[in-house]
Ligand binder design. Structure first.
Ligand code: ADP
Length: 445
C-alpha cells in the first residue's frame, strides 16, 4: 500500500482509529463552517447568494459525514482495502467541497485556500507512504482548474469582498497561483517528513522494546533452568550428608558432627534460595500464568492450614477471619499461594513464641482486601521502603532469624502485580506488622 519503499504500513485497528478521527474532525469543520456563515451574515460581508450556497455545502457535508459514519458502523469488519478506499473517498470529496467553498468566496481572493494545507497534513498523518504528495498534486490540479475556468468563459467570478477585484488582473492571479503551489509542495514535504520521522522513531522503539522482552525471556529461561539444574545435585549432597550424619551417629567427634550440621544447614539455605529465585520469575511468560475462577476463602483456609504446624512449633495463635460466603475471585492459584504463604511464613518467623497472627479477608466494591498482621518484632519506618527489594533483609531480621534470602517480599510484590493489585505495610518497631494486599476484581476479563 505504501507509495514509496521503506515506509511503514499501518495496521487495520490504527486505520479504523484514523477513520473515526477524520469523521470527528469533519464535525468540527462543519461547525466552523456554519459559524462562519452566521458571522458573515452578521457583519454583512459577502453576497447573500454565496452565503446561501456555502450553507448548502455545509449541509451536504453533514449528509456525507452521516453516510461515512453509518457505513463504518454497519460494516464493522471492513477489509483493509475498503477502509483505505473509504478514507480516500472522504479526503477527495472534502477537497472538492473546499474548492467549491473557495469558488464561492472569491477564488483567488479567498483566504479559504489556505485550508488546503490542512488536507495535505491530514493525508500525511492518515496514510502511510507518500500520499501527501499525491494530495498536494490533487490540490494544485483543483485550484489551477478553478482559476483557469474563471479566466475562461465557463465560470463567472464571484466577487466576494465587494470592492476588491484582484482577479481582473491576471498577473496578480499568476503570482497568487505561484505562491500557492510553492506553499502546497513545501507543506506536503514538511508534513510528510515530520510524520514519517515520528513513525520511524516509534517503530524503532517498538522493535527495541520487543528485543528487550526477548532478552528478558531468555534470561528468565536461563535463570529457571540453572536454578532447576542446580537444585538436584545440591539436594543429593544434602541427603548424602544426612546419611553420613546418621551413620556416624554419636561415634564421630563433636567437631565433625558440628561441621556436618552446618553443611546440611547451608545446603538447605541454598535449596531455599534456588526455589525463591525460580519463584521470582513465575508468571514472566504469559503461557505460564493460569488464571481461573477460584474461592479465595477456601484457598486462604488451605494456606493457613499449611502454615499452622510452623506456628504450633512456636505456640503461636493463627486466626483466619473471612466472610461467611465463598469469595469468588479470578486469579492464579500458584501466584496467590506464593503471596500468602510468604506473608504467613514471615509473620511466624518474625514473631516471638506465643504471639498472634491474624489473617483478615474482606470484600470491597473494587475487589478483596487481605490483611496479614502479627504482634512480632515490627519493622522500623526507615526500613519499610527497602523490604520489597530483592535480597534485602533488615539488620535486626538478620540477627533475629538467621535463615532467609530476602526474596520473600519481592516474590509477594511480583505476584500481587500479576493480579494488578497492590500491597502496603503498616508497622511499628516492637509492636508488630500488618501487610495489606488489595486484589482488584476482573483482572483478565
Ligand atoms: P526474608 O524473610 O527472607 O529476610 P523477605 O523478603 O520475606 O525476606 O523480607 C524482607 C525483610 O522484611 C525481612 O528481612 C524482615 O526484616 C522484614 N519483614 C518481613 N516480614 C516481616 C514481619 N512480618 N515482621 C517483621 N519484619 C518483617
Amino acid at each position: 500500500m505504501a507509495l514509496f519503499p521503506d515506509t511503514p504500513t499501518f495496521s487495520k485497528p490504527s486505520m479504523l482509529r484514523r477513520n473515526k478521527w477524520l469523521i470527528r474532525l469533519r464535525w468540527y469543520a462543519i461547525l466552523g463552517l456554519f459559524g462562519g456563515v452566521i458571522l458573515l451574515e452578521t457583519i454583512q460581508l459577502g453576497p447573500g447568494r454565496s452565503l446561501l450556497w456555502i450553507g448548502i455545502v455545509g449541509l451536504s457535508l453533514v449528509v456525507c459525514n452521516l453516510i461515512y459514519l453509518a457505513y463504518t458502523s454497519v460494516k464493522k469488519k471492513l477489509a483493509m482495502s475498503r477502509l483505505v478506499t473509504l478514507l480516500n473517498v472522504q479526503m477527495v470529496v472534502d477537497l472538492f467541497m473546499l474548492t467549491v467553498l473557495i469558488y464561492l468566496t472569491g477564488s483567488a481572493e479567498s483566504p479559504l485556500s489556505f485550508f488546503y494545507v490542512f488536507h495535505i497534513i491530514l493525508a500525511s498523518i492518515i496514510f502511510p507512504g507518500g500520499f501527501s504528495y499525491l494530495y498536494s498534486l490533487l490540490v494544485i490540479a483543483l485550484y489551477s482548474s478553478l482559476l483557469l475556468l474563471e479566466q475562461s468563459i465557463y465560470l463567472n467570478h464571484i466577487c466576494f469582498f465587494n470592492d476588491i477585484h484582484l482577479s481582473e488582473d491576471s498577473r496578480i492571479v499568476i503570482a497568487i497561483w505561484f505562491i500557492f503551489v510553492i506553499t502546497m509542495l513545501v507543506s506536503a514535504y514538511l508534513a510528510q517528513n515530520v510524520t514519517e520521522r515520528h513513525r520511524r522513531v516509534r517503530n524503532k522503539l517498538e522493535i527495541a522494546n520487543q528485543k528487550l522482552q526477548e532478552i528478558n525471556e531468555t534470561k528468565t529461561t536461563f535463570f529457571r533452568y540453572a536454578s532447576h539444574e542446580m537444585k538436584a545435585p545440591i539436594a543429593t549432597i544434602q541427603s548424602t550428608l544426612m546419611v553420613v550424619e546418621d551413620i556416624l551417629g554419636t561415634q564421630a567427634d563433636e567437631r565433625v558432627r558440628d561441621m556436618l550440621r552446618r553443611a546440611i544447614g547451608r545446603t538447605s539455605e541454598t535449596i531455599g534460595m534456588l526455589k525463591d529465585l525460580a519463584d521470582l520469575t513465575y508468571g514472566n511468560f504469559q503461557e505460564q500464568q493460569k488464571f481461573e475462577t477460584l474461592d479465595l476463602k477456601a484457598l486462604l483456609t488451605d494456606i493457613v492450614a499449611d502454615a499452622q504446624p510452623n506456628a504450633d512449633r512456636k505456640k503461636q495463635t493463627m486466626l483466619l477471619d473471612a466472610p461467611a460466603d465463598a469469595c469468588e475471585f479470578f486469579g492464579d492459584v500458584i501466584a496467590l499461594k506464593q503471596i500468602f504463604s510468604n506473608l504467613l511464613s514471615n509473620a511466624t518467623r518474625y514473631t516471638q513464641d506465643n504471639g498472634t497472627i491474624q489473617i483478615q479477608l474482606s470484600k470491597t466494591r473494587e475487589g478483596y482486601v487481605i490483611a496479614v498482621s502479627d504482634n512480632g518484632s515490627g519493622i522500623p519506618k526507615s526500613e519499610q521502603i527497602n523490604i520489597f527489594k530483592e535480597f534485602y533483609r533488615t539488620p535486626a531480621a538478620k540477627k533475629q532469624v538467621s535463615e532467609g534470602t530476602g526474596l520473600g517480599l519481592a516474590i509477594v510484590m511480583r505476584m500481587v502485580e500479576l493480579h494488578d493489585g497492590n500491597i502496603q505495610v503498616e508497622s511499628e518497631e516492637g509492636q508488630g506488622s500488618k501487610f495489606i494486599v488489595h486484589l482488584p476484581l476482573g483482572v483478565s476479563d
